[in-house]
Design a protein around this ligand. Structure first.
Ligand code: SF4
Length: 350
């Protein structure tokens, strides 16, 4: 069935043939927004009960189970928010969250308590003035990261307005967007959008969020090509998710697909402790095993950094398997097959 409009309700999920058993789903919908674009609905394999695309976007009753360690603000945005819409966690960069709406609502979202129609909304004019004023007043801010929500739901005209205001702040050198739009609503990425993204005149990066190689449809690939051809540097972000990409074949294919589309793999996130997302979490040991296996399998160009956002707002830590131990010029280095080697090697080899 071809879906023409976004799916936003349990009734629309049923109509689209994406759920049969609705028990408990209205309770899920009352807590966490539902959003599936036509492009994503088209991708879902309705014959496969374990479809990795469906798992990311179709709500489940498991979301009603909140584990004791889960929290509403898992990465501590609110603890580092000096003015509405700005998160200032590290000295040289800020998040600018102009909007808390997304074209899709990922079931594992780390900001699920903040996004959606009942979320924190869109910055008002005075709030945006205060956020831009904060950035202008803090000369250490070298990079502004537009996230949300998904900043690419804003119209090119709105984006251009924000970019024009950043253009006037000399100490900001880099503008970065975090978005799912190129894969979930690729038709939004037209020439006008590409021009708006670059309107600050700063070096512009765009982090593309995708978690499974099947998300790279022909339309998504074309959108990424428009961005890359437009001079925007593309990097990736993915979340390691049980039942979606927690096997080395899928991860290898995902990372290679990014590279083939001129997107440099950047972060593979360990899933955050967002409420009702326990069914997505793999153990850190399993994640380390997977990223170590990737080392031996795919090009260095395609390697992501495996990171954990430390709960409470303490920032990111690289949690890829430690492959070197020792000190005083005598180290043991572990290769991707688990073999251990001395560094520097002793006389006749290692
Ligand atoms: S696009 Fe990002 S912010 Fe929006 S629901 Fe998905 S993970 Fe959350």
């Amino acid at each position: 069935m071809t879906q023409h409009r976004p799916i936003k309700t349990v009734g629309e999920l049923v109509e689209a043939g994406l759920v049969a058993d609705v028990a408990g789903l209205e309770a899920v919908a009352a807590k966490y927004a539902i959003g599936i674009t036509p492009a994503v609905a088209e991708l879902i394999d309705r014959e496969d009960p374990d479809d990795p695309i469906a798992r990311q976007f179709v709500p489940r009753v498991d979301e009603l189970v909140t584990a004791p360690e889960e929290r509403a603000d898992p990465i501590g945005d609110l603890a580092h928010s000096p003015v509405t819409g700005v998160v200032h966690r590290y000295p040289d960069r800020v998040l600018l969250k102009a909007v808390h709406v997304c074209p899709v609502y990922c079931r594992f979202c780390f900001r699920r308590e903040m996004v959606g129609p009942a979320g924190l909304g869109t910055l008002t004019g005075p709030e945006l003035d205060a956020a831009i004023g904060y950035i202008a007043d803090h000369h250490d801010i070298w990079e502004v990261i537009l996230t949300g929500g998904d900043p690419l739901v804003l119209s090119p005209r709105r984006l251009r307005e924000i970019m024009t205001r950043l253009a006037g702040i000399d100490h900001v050198k880099i503008v970065r967007f975090h978005t799912r739009v190129p894969v979930v609503e690729p038709e939004r990425v037209d020439d006008e959008m590409v021009a708006a993204l670059k309107a600050s005149g700063k070096t512009t990066y765009l982090a593309v969020h995708a978690n499974h190689p099947r998300e790279f449809t022909g339309a998504a690939r074309a959108a990424l090509a428009r961005l890359a051809d437009g001079g925007i540097v593309l990097i990736s972000q993915s979340v390691l998710l049980k039942g979606v990409n927690d096997d080395v074949e899928t991860l290898a294919s995902l990372m290679r697909t990014f590279v083939e589309n001129r997107v440099k793999p950047y972060y593979l996130h360990h899933p955050d402790l967002a409420p009702g997302t326990g069914h997505f979490r793999v153990s850190i040991e399993e994640g380390q095993r997977l990223v170590t296996a990737l080392r031996g399998r795919i090009s260095g160009l395609a390697q992501p950094t495996y990171v954990l956002d430390i709960p409470g707002g303490h920032g990111k830590a690289d949690i890829g398997a430690a492959s070197i131990a020792g000190g005083d010029g005598c180290f043991t280095v572990r290769d991707w097959q688990g073999g251990e080697h001395r560094y520097p090697p002793s006389g006749g080899g290692d």
